[in-house]
Design a protein around this ligand. Structure first.
Ligand code: FAD
Length: 403
């Protein structure tokens, strides 16, 4: 029987006004690791102290308090494995608090702004049309996704998680991002289930990304490894457009980028492949990928996205080494062997036999003809040569290393 009161404006001012209107005795809030959140909390506390209003902060976004997980030298960890070991050795986060049986609503509510007037939904164009086929936003949708995964997915997670055509992962990322299901609920529900270690470890990666953002707020823009500030990125608008639209001529990349556009989500293995291709083979700045993902992912998350791009670009904390360049053709042959994923999102290649599907630019003319494909017309020719672009990327890296 309670209601949500929506207000827009500078947080502290809005809360101060609201507290006056409802004669609040306390403000309870959920802590965040976003840059600027600590300062905001301090200001809020200061203002509320002055008004005699109690302030209580809760930890709901993470399993562990980021300031408490420190190395032997009392500094934050920069490498995932010791970080996660330290988390695992500290007091467990505990079960989620049980739902209160009753919430007493006040007799009268202060005025709320109207959600529709905030004009948040995309309309010109509505790039999210069709998303409702894939997502059920809200706590009910999040809980359903978790239950389905626990029943069917968790035991085979480690075996199937790298194959994009299988629903081998939980697809909980957007629900976790928006707090529709809490990480503590996921963590608690997975404990003791056969095969849950690998899944819990990924929750650990989420924890690590948020931890990094808390300790290094510059992670969003600046390379964690400073030598990368001098990396000779190129700017090629045609490359960027081809990548964004899924028209690179490399089917696994194109399938991933189209999955992202159509559903607002992309499989993790494919995120790594498209990311590596953008920053290494095309040598575009990782900010380009970060921004596109930020605009198009339903699970877009400042911590996971920034750390994910730094990781793939080789400039992050505990990142994939720069010289590890994913080959989109061999990755595709390995993780989408029969081409089911490619055929779902790149239907114009449907009739191409699996043997040639991963690299149509190198398929015999006759085979392409039989499959109704004209390269450059019905499907793009490969926009770069993998071998030479890889070589160029490695040379650029050697150059900054030498400097
Ligand atoms: P599952 O495999 O089921 O994992 C369970 C949960 O663990 C996920 O929901 C997520 O919260 C967390 N998780 C899993 N892998 C990672 C990871 N590598 N880093 C951090 N957390 C992880 N994830 C986002 O939530 N938002 C982003 O904006 C985002 N951007 C990314 C950008 C790049 C370049 C890369 C390589 C990865 C990015 N990821 C991001 C991480 C990962 O790809 C997604 O969390 C995952 O694909 C979501 O699918 P899932 O819920 O089925 O994951």
């Amino acid at each position: 029987g309670s209601q949500l009161v929506l207000r827009a404006g500078p947080s502290v001012d809005v809360l101060q006004e609201l507290c006056g209107q409802v004669k609040a005795g306390a403000v309870y809030f959920h802590r965040s690791v976003l840059p600027g959140a600590c300062e905001l909390e301090t200001t809020l506390k200061h203002v509320m102290d002055g008004l005699g209003i109690e302030c209580r902060r809760f930890q709901g976004e993470l399993l562990f308090q980021p300031e408490r997980i420190l190395s032997g030298s009392k500094t934050p960890y920069k490498v995932f494995t010791p970080f996660w070991r330290a988390c695992s050795a500290s007091a467990p986060p505990g079960e989620p608090v049980v739902k209160p049986s009753k919430l007493i609503a006040p007799k009268a509510f202060p005025k709320s702004e109207i959600l529709e007037r905030w004009d948040l939904a995309p309309s010109r164009p509505n790039w999210a049309a069709g998303f409702e086929t894939f997502w059920q936003p809200g706590e009910e949708g999040g809980t359903k996704a978790l239950q389905t995964f626990l029943k069917r997915g968790v035991k085979s997670y480690n075996e199937f998680r790298d194959y994009p055509s299988l629903s081998g992962t939980s697809q909980l990322s957007a629900h976790l991002h928006f707090g529709e299901v809490s990480v503590r609920t996921c963590w608690g529900a997975a404990q003791g289930l056969p095969g849950s270690e690998a899944f819990v470890r990924q929750l650990g990666w989420r924890e690590f990304c948020h931890y990094l953002l808390f300790h290094w707020p510059n992670l969003v823009d600046e390379p964690f490894r400073p030598e990368f500030a001098k990396f000779p990125w190129r700017e090629n608008k045609a490359f960027i457009k081809a990548w964004q639209q899924g028209k690179t001529g490399y089917p696994i990349i194109d399938a991933g980028m189209r999955q992202l556009w159509q559903t607002g989500w992309m499989h993790n293995r494919v995120r790594m492949i498209v990311g590596s291709f953008l920053v290494k083979n095309l040598r575009q700045h990782w900010h380009v990928g970060r921004d596109w993902f930020w605009d198009t992912l339903v699970d877009a998350d400042l911590a996971n996205n920034s750390a994910g791009w730094q990781w793939i670009a080789g400039c992050g904390a505990d990142a994939a080494p720069y010289f590890r360049i994913f080959n989109p053709v061999t990755q595709s042959e390995k993780f989408d062997k029969k081409g089911d994923y490619i055929r779902t999102f790149v239907p114009e290649l449907c009739d191409l036999p699996a043997k040639y599907l991963h690299d149509p630019s190198n398929a015999p003319q006759e085979i392409l003809h039989q499959a109704g494909i004209v390269l450059g017309q019905t499907y793009p020719k490969a926009i770069v040569d993998l071998k030479t672009s890889r070589q160029k990327a490695l040379e650029a890296y050697e150059n900054i290393k030498a400097k």
